[in-house]
Design a protein around this ligand. Structure first.
Ligand code: HXC
Length: 258
C-alpha cells in the first residue's frame, strides 16, 4: 500500500528526505483503513528518525488519492462511525514535528484532499484536480475539509466545492492559495525533492519552530499567535544554529547548521 524511500540531502551529509508514496493504483489510492495505518505508522517512525529532516507524501501520476475507500464505508452505520470516531486518527498526520510536503498529481479528492491539507504545504502538477465530492455520496467531508479548505481558499469557494462536488484545477488551486507551487507533470517529483532538500539544509529547530508557528495561525486568535511566534523566536536565540546563521551571514559564507 505504501512505498517508502530515503534520499540523501547532499553527498557530505547523513541527512535525508523521506518519501512516502501511496501505492494502491487499482483503486486510485483510495484511503482504506490499511492504507492509512501504513501511512501513519511510517510517518511516526520517520518523524522520530534523527537522520530524516523532511517528509514527502505523494501518490501516482493519476491520483494522489481519490478519497476514503467507499467500498469500506458503504456498510458502516452510525454506531460504527460515531462509536469508533471513524477517521479521527487521521489527524495525527497534522501533528508531526518535521515538515511534511504533499506532492499531488491527478485526483486529490475527498479524504485525499483532506490528507493533502493536513500536510504543511501542497505542491502539485498541472494535472492535479482537487475536490470535496462527498456530497455526491450523501455525506460531507469528515477529515477536516470544511475547516481547512475554508481557511485555505475562503468561504465562498470552499462552500461551492462542498455543495456542488465540483473539482478545481491546479491553476485554480494555485490562484486560491491552496497550493504553494505548480510544476509540469514530469517535473513534480524532482522539484518537490529539491524543495524538501532545501528545507532539510536549514536548522532543524528553526524549521520546527517555523512550522509550529505557521500552523498555529490556523488555530489561534491573532494576539496569542503573535505571542507564540515571539516566544519561539526568542527561544531560537538559545541555539547554536542562530549563532552559526548570523556569523555565516556576516562572514559572507554559507551557514553550516548543526
Ligand atoms: C473506493 C475507488 C474510489 C474510492 C475510485 N475508486 N475512487 N474505490 N473508494 N474513493 C476505484 C473505482 O471504483 C474503480 O475501481 C477504480 O478506482 C478506478 O476508478 P474509475 O471511477 O473507474 O476511474 P475514472 O473513471 O477515471 O474516475 C476517477 C474518479 C472516480 C473521478 C476519481 O473514481 C471517482 O469519482 N471516485 C470517487 C471520488 C470520491 O467520491 N471521493 C470521496 C470519497 S468519500 P474498479 O474496481 O471499478 O476498477 C471521502 C470521505 C472522507 O473521502 C471522510 C473523512 C476522511
Amino acid at each position: 500500500n505504501l512505498l517508502v524511500s530515503k534520499h540523501a540531502v547532499s553527498e557530505d551529509s547523513d541527512n535525508q528526505v523521506a518519501m512516502m508514496q501511496l501505492n494502491r493504483p487499482k483503486a486510485l489510492n483510495a484511503l482504506s483503513d490499511a492504507v492509512l495505518d501504513d501511512v501513519l505508522h511510517a510517518a511516526h517512525v520517520l518523524d522520530k528518525d534523527p537522520t530524516v529532516r523532511c517528509l514527502i507524501l505523494t501518490g501516482s501520476a493519476k491520483a494522489f488519492a481519490a478519497g476514503a475507500d467507499i467500498s469500506e464505508m458503504k456498510t458502516k452505520n452510525f454506531e460504527d462511525a460515531y462509536g469508533t470516531d471513524m477517521f479521527g486518527h487521521w489527524q495525527e498526520l497534522s501533528r508531526l514535528q518535521k515538515p511534511l510536503l504533499a506532492a499531488v498529481s491527478g485526483f486529490c479528492l475527498g479524504g485525499g484532499c483532506e490528507v493533502a491539507m493536513m500536510c504543511d504545504m501542497i505542491l502539485c502538477s498541472k494535472s492535479a484536480k482537487f475536490g470535496q465530492p462527498e456530497i455526491n455520496l450523501g455525506i460531507i467531508a469528515g477529515g477536516g475539509g470544511t475547516q481547512r479548505l475554508t481557511r485555505a481558499i475562503g468561504k465562498s469557494k470552499s462552500m461551492y466545492m462542498h455543495l456542488t462536488g465540483e473539482f478545481i484545477s491546479a491553476e485554480e488551486a494555485y490562484n486560491s492559495g491552496l497550493v504553494a507551487k505548480v510544476f509540469p507533470d514530469d517535473e513534480l517529483m524532482d522539484e518537490t525533492l529539491k524543495i524538501a532538500k532545501t528545507i532539510a539544509s536549514k536548522g532543524v529547530l528553526s524549521v520546527q519552530a517555523a512550522k509550529e508557528a505557521v500552523n498555529a495561525a490556523e488555530e489561534l486568535p491573532l494576539q496569542e499567535g503573535l505571542r507564540l511566534e515571539r516566544r519561539l523566536f526568542h527561544s531560537l536565540f538559545a541555539t547554536k544554529d542562530q549563532k552559526e546563521g548570523m556569523a555565516a551571514f556576516l562572514e559572507k559564507r554559507p551557514a553550516d547548521f548543526s
